[in-house]
Every structure is written in C-alpha cells, then in structure tokens.
Design a protein around this ligand. Structure first.
Ligand code: HAM
Length: 436
C-alpha cells in the first residue's frame, strides 16, 4: 500500500533539514543577542485553554482529540496561551522582566497554501511584566534585527503597527456596538486576504445592521495616524492615554533605530481575541504574501488563567512564510554538508590502520568519514570531493616504513606529508584546522 504524507505537512530530507536548522539558529541567536531565554511547553494542552481567549478563528482550526477518559485536548495552534499558563502558575517566583523565547512546532487545520501549512515552527518572542511601551518597541526591534540578519533591507519588509483601543474607539465612533468590536476585528483581519465584495458581504451579514461595509472600507483606506490621535485625545482621558502610549512607542522605536522599518496602519487589528494594546504584523513589500509575523500586547491573559495580572507583549513568526519570503528575494543561504577529513586507504591491507586513524580523528572532534567499499584511490578521492571534505588523508604503503601519511587540502590542492604518530595524537594541530 502507498500511504501519502498528510496534506499541509512536511518531510525534512537532509537538504531541507539543513535550511530548517539554519533558520532555527538565526532565531535563537537573535533572541539571545537581545537577552531572551529559551523555554518550551507541551505539544498539546487542554482544549479549554484555547477556548478561553484565542478567538473563533483559531478555535475553528484546532486539531482536537479525546483521551480514553474522555478529556478534550488540542494540539497547540499557538504558544501564547501556554506561555501565559506557565507564567500565571509561577508569577510571583519568576524574576522580572520575563524575557522568553521559544521555537515550538505547532498545528492548525488551515487550508494549506503558500506560506501557510498545517504543521509549522513558530518563533515566539515575549516580554512579560513590563507595562511600558518600551517593551513593545523592544520586541519589534528583535524582529527587525532578525530581518536584517538574514539579509533583508527596509525595502523588502515593513512592520505595520496599530493599537487596539484606538481602533476599537474608531469603530465604536462609527457605530459598532462594544460587544461586536472583536467580531469587527476578526473581519478586518481578513480584509486584505479577501476580495472587497467578499469583505462587504461578510461584514454586512455580521454587522451591517450597525455600520455599513462601505463606511468601514473608507476608514480602512483613509485614516491617518494624526487624525486618529486627534480623535482619541478629544475622546477623554482613556483615549488620551492610548494616544500617548502610541506616541511613546513611536519614540522608542526611533531610539532603538528601527522606526524606519515601521509604519502606522489602521488596517492592522489582528484576529486573536486576547490583544489589549499595541498590535503589529510584518509584511513583505511588493508581494501578496500573508503576514510574516504577528504580535501584540496582551495584558489580561495571566489574570484569566487564575494568576495575578502580568502584562505581556510579543510576537510569533512562522518558518514557512519566512522561507517563502527569502526564496522570493533570492536570498536563501547556500548550505551544503561538509566534512573535515575523508580518510583514504591506498591499499586494502592498510584498511585496518585507516579505520584506527578515522577513530582518532573523530575522537579529536573532526567530522570524519571514509568509504565503506574498498575502491581505487582515485575513486575514494572523488568521494572525498563529493562529500565536501576539506582534507583527504591517504594511508599509503609507505606508512609502515616512513611512519608518514599524506594529507591533501582539497580546496587548494596542496599536499603535505604528516608524521603519523603526531597526527594521531593531535590531528587538529597537524592539519592546522579547528574542530567545529
Ligand atoms: P498569529 O497571527 O496567529 O499569532 O501567527 C503569527 C505568525 O505565525 C503568522 O504571522 C505567521 O508567520 C505564522 N503562522 C500562522 N499560521 C501559520 C501557518 N498555518 N503556517 C505557517 N505559519 C503560520 C499568534 O500565533 C500569536 N500567538 C503570536 C504572539 C506571540 N502574540 C504575542 N506573542
């Protein structure tokens, strides 16, 4: 029988795995540069954790199952609920600020499409315990640094920023009742991904009784930051505070040197229900790719999970959209597998000695391999080249008399004789290469 791979899932053959590991390394190294620590959580959680505050969009895409006791679980579709649960459980013991990152693998029952899969890795970067917009700016700076590190410039991507309370106030001013603001956010979140007629139809069905799709559409196309801030400041104390926070965020983005990669955008409201403040997404410029990352501030999540209130802000970035992005830019790294040394036996009677040398080299930390078949020297050299070995070391018939081996630098073609004993004691020194 032939059983296929499930749709939207990936196999990682070594070529793809090298690229995947490269990406995970970039994510890790940027996180560490900014002083974040790594954490992990379980691959599935009680279903209720996601029912709590992730919103309809995510709940409808859960892979869920029951255990034999009839308890309901779901494979994690995102990390934020797990993070909030973990922080809530130890809120008083954890030193602040909590600056954590994670590289979880997760599943969503989405329709697979370019950059959106059913199983993916998502880099999560979050700061908890800091209410100041500085934390919002800091996580955005992490994202910008990542893009720079992988060779993207500000012409290639943009971080689009908005603030939920301001967006909510604008919608309410239009006539959307407060209890429907989250529905409006979810519709607007899909706004750019669907045709205008589709948006209008969905909007009119859900909220047409209060506000026409047309007027929302106009707002989404024309509102400037200045106009929004002005309205917010006129709207009383809370509005003025929201406006001040957004202004403060903008200043901090400038202080951190990333403001030129950021843009205010009234259309960014995000679909997830738990965001309470800043919301942002990164988009590739000039392509129709969906968001490269999405995040925002969530100040009520730990409180809902029976913990004290710990404000949080962060983002998630998927592997699939980022790799698509790099592919489009033609900036995928050139990665090939390499060896330090390939050991060649000039004669099959020398093979046992060759194996001893292989063992010594491996013990010294060098990536070393050899041919499993006894073959002509020329053929073994070809294998060494095919495996991208830096050196070929030939165990030749002169070894018993002269005590020497031949080492060939395969990149320069230079050949040298090395004393076998010294070589076996310290191959790194003899070849002057550093183990990885
Ligand atoms: P999200 O907008 O659902 O937010 O996802 C964030 C990012 O994850 C997306 O922008 C995309 O890069 C990636 N992503 C989402 N779905 C898929 C998919 N099916 N295949 C590949 N990549 C995908 C969250 O998940 C929030 N929990 C992020 C967050 C962290 N907010 C605060 N902290």
């Amino acid at each position: 029988v032939k059983i296929q791979r499930p749709p939207g899932m990936r196999d990682f053959y070594p070529d793809e795995m090298r690229l995947q590991n490269w990406l995970l390394e970039q994510w890790r190294s940027v996180s560490r540069r900014f002083g974040f620590e790594e954490y992990e959580g379980p691959i599935f959680e009680f279903l209720d954790l996601y029912r709590l505050k992730s919103g309809e969009g995510i709940v409808s895409e859960l892979f869920r199952f029951e255990d034999r006791g009839g308890r309901e679980f779901a494979i994690r579709p995102e990390m934020t609920p797990t993070l909030a649960r973990m922080v809530a459980a130890r809120a008083n013991a954890l030193p602040r600020p909590i600056k954590w990152f994670s590289l979880p693998r997760m599943c969503r029952a989405e329709k697979p499409q370019r950059g959106r899969l059913r199983e993916f890795f998502q880099w999560n970067v979050d700061i908890l315990g800091v209410d100041d917009p500085l934390a919002d700016a800091e996580v955005i700076a992490v994202a910008v640094e990542f893009f720079r590190k992988i060779g993207a410039t500000k012409d290639d991507f943009v971080i689009r920023v908005n603030q939920r309370p301001l967006a909510a106030a604008a919608l309410q001013a239009l006539g959307v009742p407060p209890e429907h603001v989250q529905d409006a956010f979810e519709l607007i979140d899909r706004f750019e991904r669907v045709e205008p007629e589709q948006f209008a139809k969905a909007w009119d069905q859900a909220l047409g009784a209060h506000v026409s799709a047309r007027s929302v559409y106009d707002i989404l196309h024309s509102t400037t930051l200045e106009a929004l801030l002005e309205t917010a400041r006129q709207g009383g104390h809370a509005g003025a505070q929201d406006a001040d926070r957004l202004t403060a965020l903008w200043t901090r983005l400038a202080d951190l040197g990333v403001q030129d990669s950021c843009e205010y955008d009234v259309r960014i409201v995000r679909g997830l229900a738990y965001y309470t403040g800043t919301v942002f997404e990164a988009h590739a410029k000039g392509t129709a790719l969906r968001a490269l990352l999405g995040g925002g501030r969530y100040d009520d999540l730990t409180g809902m999970l029976d913990g004290p209130k710990v404000p949080g802000v962060g983002f998630g970035m998927g592997d699939a959209p980022v790799l698509e992005f790099l592919r489009e830019l033609n900036r995928l790294p050139d990665l090939s597998d390499t060896l330090d040394v390939f050991v060649i036996d000039a004669d099959r009677s020398l093979f046992p000695q060759a194996l001893q040398i292989v063992s010594d080299l491996r013990r010294a930390g060098l990536r070393t391999d050899y041919s499993y078949k006894r073959a002509a020297v020329a053929k073994q050299f070809r294998q060494a080249v095919a495996r991208n070995a830096a050196y070929a070391v030939v165990v030749g018939s002169e070894l018993p008399q002269s005590g020497r081996l031949t080492a060939k630098d395969l990149r320069t073609g230079q050949q040298q004789q090395v004393v076998a004993d010294a070589f076996r004691r310290d191959p790194t020194e003899a070849l002057r290469i550093n183990p990885p």
